[in-house]
Design a protein around this ligand. Structure first.
Ligand code: AKB
Length: 326
């Protein structure tokens, strides 16, 4: 954590889009560090906020600029985690809406960070910034990026804007290119990597699983505790260690539908799988198989803890208790 952390720990934090997969767990982790009075979990849907009984909450549409601005002013918000976005598969169904929401909201938050001299902004990028002409294996930090999904295009453009606001205006914005995130505390919403969350639900429910990706379709993935650790480590790293201001490559594990199925089958021997690839296969095919995240490891000490076997064992132990909430 930064020196001067006493003042730092008093800072008020606004999480936008907190009811999503990442926000649900990040909100709790931030509350544990900064305290329940200092964390405001916000979401567009009031019903989604019921689960945040550990911190403050606010119904908030990030596109309602006046309301966001007023909240920041009144609460003296010093850090924003802007997590609201339309993901890859949903984005393809309504490309212009996805572009509008993903881009407009980021630009607005960056402007506010500049105007109110905020301490830090966090904005998630994704492996979706890569495209079919990107090297597929151990994809480097710097390489050809020609994303062919609207989600990927918005993340790529967003990365450029983040770097621009850092260089031109000194906005301390930090970002990670997440691989597919796998957690058991919330349901995923509209991503291509979501099959790797659904598969655990089907195994525990004793149902047959139909994968929308081919059996040998490899994608970079990460277990949620690693994603939370990476996010907090990056946000707490001293400023001079954060040398990449577009977004850092981040990696942990890579597997195919067949491999995750086999890891579950060790615990549920009767579990069965079928493969019926749909439009999401083309999205997966345009993304890397695996990522070179050496810059994250060198610059701010990133290290992951979970491999596929350890993640599967942990999810299968903990998910049954959470499933009653879904
Ligand atoms: C998606 O599949 O759209 C996301 C992502 C890789 O950013 N999980």
């Amino acid at each position: 954590m930064d020196p001067g952390s006493v003042i730092y720990l008093m800072e008020r934090i606004l999480i936008i889009g907190s009811a999503g997969q990442l926000g649900s767990e990040l909100s709790l982790a931030l509350t544990e560090i900064y305290g329940s009075d200092n964390v405001i979990a916000s979401d567009i849907n009031p019903g989604n906020l019921k689960k945040f009984d550990f911190c403050r909450t606010q119904v908030l549409d990030v596109m309602d600029k006046e309301k966001v601005r007023k909240l920041i002013q009144e609460e003296n918000v010093k850090q924003i985690y802007h997590l609201a976005a339309v993901l890859s598969a949903t984005g393809e169904k309504n490309p212009l809406f996805a572009w509008h929401l993903n881009m407009e909201s980021l630009l607005f938050i960056l402007e506010l960070a500049k105007e109110f001299n905020m301490d830090k902004v966090y904005w998630p990028s994704s492996i979706a910034v890569f495209g079919p002409n990107t090297p597929k294996v151990n994809t480097p930090q710097y390489c050809v990026k020609e994303p062919n999904t609207v989600y990927g295009i918005s993340k790529q453009a967003g990365e450029r804007w983040c770097e621009y606001y850092f260089q031109k205006f000194g906005v301390d914005v930090r970002s990670l290119r997440y691989p597919g995130l796998i957690g058991y505390k919330s349901l995923p919403g509209g991503g291509t990597t979501d099959y790797a969350v659904d598969i655990y639900h089907k195994a525990i429910a004793g149902e047959h699983f139909v994968s929308f990706l081919k059996e040998d379709s490899y994608l970079p993935m990460m277990y949620m505790p690693d994603a939370i650790k990476a996010t907090l480590d990056l946000m707490h790293a001293p400023k001079e260690k954060v040398k990449i201001r577009s977004s850092y490559n981040l990696a942990a594990i890579s597997f195919s539908p067949k491999e995750i199925f086999e890891s579950i089958k060790k615990h549920y021997p009767n579990f069965t799988i079928g493969y019926e690839p749909d439009f999401r296969q083309a999205i997966a095919d345009s993304w890397p198989d695996s990522i070179d995240d050496s810059r994250s490891r060198e610059d701010w000490g990133w290290k992951h803890d979970y491999d596929l076997g350890k993640m599967t064992a942990d999810i299968l132990t903990n998910l049954p208790e959470y499933m009653v909430n879904f």
